[in-house]
Write a protein that binds this ligand. Structure first.
Ligand SMILES: NC(=O)c1ccc[n+]([C@@H]2O[C@H](COP(=O)([O-])OP(=O)(O)OC[C@H]3O[C@@H](n4cnc5c(N)ncnc54)[C@H](OP(=O)(O)O)[C@@H]3O)[C@@H](O)[C@H]2O)c1
Length: 264
């Protein structure tokens, strides 16, 4: 991968998979813009990248707010001149831990606003920029989940949003391919991030023994026998954005250590 001279924008770039992805892009020479809500964590990741010799800055953004996302793309281009790679990765895990019929309407609206509308808003402003710039074009990766490939008991709203991302990504890939924009999705399995750790904690009621048992039980279902390192997701995302993937678009790349292999 070689991103020298290119500009990459990563939402949810302050933690977990997004942070690891930001580091991979920077390692491969990209200028990296990090977006999320918490400024302290954002400044920290940008400064980590700068200390390693990269170029990076953080922009406080709520991906569910149109004005924020429009400003994010505008300020990225204001600072770095263009936008080559965009990763719509931010998400909340609010649409889980309840049976389908027990969610409130507010929980539905919030989950879909962050996890699905946030991705669409990102693509909306990123695509307009990629079409307008000279030379035009770019690559977008949207972070979905294996929970978007099938059903997720006690996670219906999250699953619905992640399935929606696949439809958005494939539709847009079909629309913009001849205009130089490739759009793919990552169906992520389990990666060791605050989100996943929160899932293990909440689903086992904070009991350390139950948690250990749940984690071991989960690993036993993964062909590689382990939970992924966030960097391993970042490598896949960056590869999908790179020229090495120049004939790949509308694709859902599954990176789950083989978790879903027996059902496919
Ligand atoms: N970890 C896994 O096992 C796994 C599995 C499948 C899919 N995924 C997907 O991978 C992506 C990254 O997840 P992760 O595990 O790395 O989670 P994480 O460590 O909890 O990071 C989530 C990121 O999203 C940001 N974020 C949350 N709400 C936001 C909002 N409204 N506006 C802007 N940014 C927001 C957070 O920062 P702020 O809170 O500061 O905004 C943070 O940077 C998500 O799309 C997730 O659904 C993860």
């Amino acid at each position: 991968m070689n991103f020298h001279g290119q500009v990459a924008l990563i939402t949810g770039g302050t933690s977990g998979i997004g942070r690891a992805t930001a580091h991979v892009f920077a390692r491969e020479g990209a200028k990296v813009v990090i977006a999320a809500r918490n400024a302290e964590r954002g400044e920290q990741v940008a400064s980590e990248i700068r200390k390693l010799g990269g170029e990076s800055f953080f922009l406080a953004t709520d991906v569910s707010k149109s004005n924020d996302v429009e400003a994010l793309v505008r300020k990225t281009v204001g600072r770095f001149g263009r936008l080559d790679c965009a990763v719509n990765n931010a998400a909340a895990y609010t649409g889980a831990f309840l049976l389908t019929a027990d969610f409130t309407e507010e929980e539905f609206d919030h989950t879909l606003a962050v996890d699905l509308k946030g991705v669409w808003l990102g693509m909306k402003f990123q695509i307009h920029q990629m079409l307008a710039q000279n030379p035009p074009g770019g690559a977008i990766v949207n972070t979905s989940s294996v929970n978007g490939l099938g059903g997720a008991p006690m996670g219906a709203l999250y699953s619905a949003a992640k399935a929606g991302i696949l439809g958005l990504s494939k539709s847009a890939a079909l629309e913009y391919g001849t205009r130089g924009i490739r759009i793919n999705a990552l169906a992520a399995g389990a990666f060791d991030t605050p989100m996943l750790n929160n899932v293990f904690d909440r689903s086992t009621g904070g009991d350390p023994d139950a948690r250990k048992k749940a984690e071991e039980g989960f690993k036993a279902m993964v062909a590689l026998g382990r939970i992924g390192d966030p960097r391993e997701a970042g490598e896949v995302i960056a590869w999908l954005c790179s020229d090495a993937a120049s004939y790949v678009t509308g694709h859902t790349m599954i990176a789950d250590g083989g978790l879903s292999a027996r059902f496919r």
